[in-house]
Design a protein around this ligand. Structure first.
Ligand SMILES: *Cc1c(COP(=O)(O)O)cnc(C)c1O
Length: 216
């Protein structure tokens, strides 16, 4: 018997929903994206959900929103999909890899502080395969060193750590909807945040605002 690591779970309801969109005038940036953003924000109990075309784009925008750039360092686990590190490299910042705890597949909090330098700006924990990272010590280290937390929650929508949803701990988090995730839109992603004080958060919102204007 072959058990797939992941496979899309699509029923007649999803096919009918896609058909409904195909019969509308909105094949992109239509009302469904707003409904989806509102549903995700409500589900996670956060103020903002911003739909994007992929998890990678979401992570990239979160790095931009935190104004992370050339010369900055972001701590992220050595075991992840390449998008976590790429989002940092796209802004000419440097991913600094920290090893995982082999029991969980997630960032080992005990190894984080040794990797912090004066150039460290953020920690990007990854919630691997739906298993949340050990957020209590990660948050404590981030607070003490005044670092942003960008959660790569691309594989973890619906997961909980001590009763709290993965993605709601840090300054921003990203879910992804590629077919190997818990929930798929074919391709897609969603940034969630409660932190309007991220330096370039308004720029990210302006991008979404411009898209809403186009939608009319
Ligand atoms: C899927 C995934 C992403 C984003 O992938 P996209 O294909 O760009 O949606 C980012 N990080 C991790 C850990 C992932 O599994």
């Amino acid at each position: 018997m072959k058990i797939p690591m992941s496979s899309p779970d699509l029923t007649a309801a999803e096919i009918a929903a896609v058909n409904e969109v195909l019969h509308s005038n909105y094949l992109s940036i239509g009302p469904k994206i707003v409904q989806f953003e509102e549903a995700i924000a409500a589900y996670c109990g956060v103020r903002h959900a911003i739909g994007v075309n992929s998890g990678t784009s979401g992570l990239h925008l979160a790095v931009i929103a935190a104004e992370i750039g050339e010369g900055d360092e972001v701590i992220t686990p050595s075991f992840s999909f390449i998008a976590s590190a790429n989002a940092v490299v796209y802004e000419r910042a440097r991913p600094v890899f920290v090893d995982i705890n082999p029991q969980t597949g997630n960032l080992d909090p005990q190894l984080i502080e040794a990797a912090i330098t004066p150039r460290t700006r953020a920690i990007m924990p990854v919630h691997a395969f739906g298993q949340p990272a050990d957020m209590d010590p990660i948050m404590e280290i981030a607070r003490r060193h005044k670092l942003y937390i960008i959660e790569d929650a691309c594989e973890a929508i619906g997961a909980e750590y001590k009763g709290q949803r993965a993605g709601t701990f840090g300054d921003a988090a990203v879910f992804a909807f590629y077919p190997n995730k818990q929930m798929t839109t074919g391709e897609g992603g969603m940034i969630i945040t409660n932190n309007e004080d991220l330096p370039r958060f308004s720029a990210v919102c302006a991008i979404r605002g411009a898209m809403s204007l186009m939608r009319g």
